[in-house]
Design a protein around this ligand. Structure first.
Ligand SMILES: Cc1cc2nc3c(=O)[nH]c(=O)nc-3n(C[C@H](O)[C@H](O)[C@H](O)COP(=O)(O)OP(=O)(O)OC[C@H]3O[C@@H](n4cnc5c(N)ncnc54)[C@H](O)[C@@H]3O)c2cc1C
Length: 404
């Protein structure tokens, strides 16, 4: 089989399909290839995973006609509370409290289960006349010439294209084949992820407790349910993950106190070993990277997918403008517009998440006092608080049109 496209996207996780939908809207023909089968990717059962989507990301999904299909399953995040925490102690006295009431734009984010977002994307790319979706097929080679590029799939099929986009995750083979190297390190931490049902309502409040071993996020889901992203050192996390459900809850419970009343698990549990991995370049000849393929960061601020969506918004805007002006969408000049747009933002996100993780994931009394005072100070200054709220909502910086 041989297919022809304007953009061949390697990876049909979340970022690949959104890019295809954004570009196909302007008439660019896209092929999306993913190694996993549709059964695995569009599983309708709740698997415990959910995302904190910033307001800017929600606007973008709305502009692409995706949000309309998932809005009924989303939970607004009205407030975010950030505090130092210690097992058994509950939250420290000084901390940050961000409220959506302080900005004019509405709730600063929404929580959405992975299953709804993924299923909707799969349906939309399957239905779109300008998108070809190949599932259960791995890209094994790519060829670049001055005139164009091609992908070879593991069944021998070839996709010819103008531009290859690597949306193939943290171990992007598209980047490796293009000779793009990566920088980063292992955090020696693992995220334990699960969903809980609780007795008391969460009132749309997201909590981030900075525990000595790593951050613990409690993020509101519809009903009396919350998503937990809980970071521990590798060995302890793996030992906790092996515990039966009841014992697992016994370990979790004292870490965030009793403000939600009785809790129980309401979905499967997951573990994600955490690392930082940033591509040294976001583009190469006829290649662009987006999402985790470009930057895999610590989930401390729940910004990984949001940053990937910003890549998509910027890349699609650059490509569509070039296409409308009759430029080669994969020319070095066009691709460097994308790289320049995204590199500062990404470096800032990687540095901030890394710094916060180092600053907060320890029990040093002096650092603890300093960070508590720092948070108390930011909290007391309305302008600093407002800047932080707009940052959490994804509204700062040079926003692509899709997010405005
Ligand atoms: C614990 C945790 C919590 C998180 N919480 C949040 C949050 O609240 N908010 C947020 O914004 N982000 C969050 N993130 C980050 C978010 O999950 C990721 O940034 C996002 O899922 C990345 O999507 P992606 O499409 O770039 O990559 P992936 O989801 O990794 O998709 C890559 C796809 O490429 C395919 N692929 C790979 N190689 C090939 C090949 N050779 N051929 C064909 N296909 C291939 C794979 O099958 C896969 O489907 C969290 C991350 C973690 C670990």
């Amino acid at each position: 089989m041989s297919l022809n496209s304007d953009i061949a996207i390697v990876g049909g996780g979340l970022i690949g399909p959104v890019l295809a939908l954004a570009c196909a809207k302007a008439g660019l023909k896209c092929v999306v290839v993913d190694a996993q089968s549709m059964d695995t990717r569009a599983n309708a059962k709740f698997d415990g995973r959910a995302y904190a989507l910033a307001l800017a990301s929600r606007r973008m999904l709305n502009a692409l006609g995706i949000w309309q299909h998932v809005a009924e399953y989303a939970q607004n995040m009205n407030d975010i509370k950030v505090t130092d925490g210690r097992q058994g102690d509950g939250a420290a006295f000084l901390g940050l409290h961000f409220s959506s009431d302080e900005i004019e734009d509405g709730p600063m984010g929404s929580m959405l289960e992975d299953r709804y977002l993924r299923r909707t994307m799969m349906q939309m790319i399957d239905r779109h006349p300008d998108i070809t979706h190949l599932s259960g097929t791995r890209v094994v080679a790519q060829t670049i010439t001055a005139q164009g590029a091609s992908l070879t799939l593991d069944d021998g099929s070839v996709v010819t294209t103008t531009l290859i986009v690597g949306a193939d995750g943290r171990q992007s083979s598209t980047a490796a084949r293009a000779g793009i190297t990566r920088m980063g390190w292992d955090y020696k931490q693992t995220a334990l992820v699960c969903a809980i049902a609780h007795e008391a309502p969460h009132n749309g409040i997201a909590h981030q407790f900075f525990m000595p071993s790593g951050p613990l996020a409690i993020l509101p889901l519809p009903g009396n349910r919350s998503s937990i992203v809980w970071t521990e050192q590798h060995n302890l996390a793996n030992a906790i993950h092996r515990l039966p459900d009841n014992d697992y809850l016994q370990v979790l419970r004292p870490r965030f106190g009793d403000f939600l009343g009785a809790i129980e698990l309401c979905g499967p549990r997951h573990v994600y070993p955490l690392n930082l991995t940033i591509a040294r370049s976001f583009t190469g000849p006829r290649v662009a990277l987006a999402g985790d393929a470009a930057h895999g960061v610590h989930p401390i601020a729940g910004q990984g997918l949001n940053a990937g969506l910003r890549d998509v918004a910027a890349l699609s805007e650059v490509l569509i403008t070039a296409h409308q002006h009759g430029e080669d969408i994969a020319s070095p000049a066009v691709l460097s517009r994308y790289a320049q747009w995204r590199s500062f933002d990404t470096a800032a996100l990687a540095t901030a998440t890394d710094l916060f993780n180092r600053l907060f994931s320890n029990d040093n009394a002096l650092l603890r006092m300093g960070r508590d005072l720092g948070m108390g100070l930011v909290n007391a200054l309305p302008s600093a608080r407002r800047t932080a709220i707009r940052e959490a909502a994804g509204l700062n910086g040079d926003l692509p049109k899709l997010m405005q």
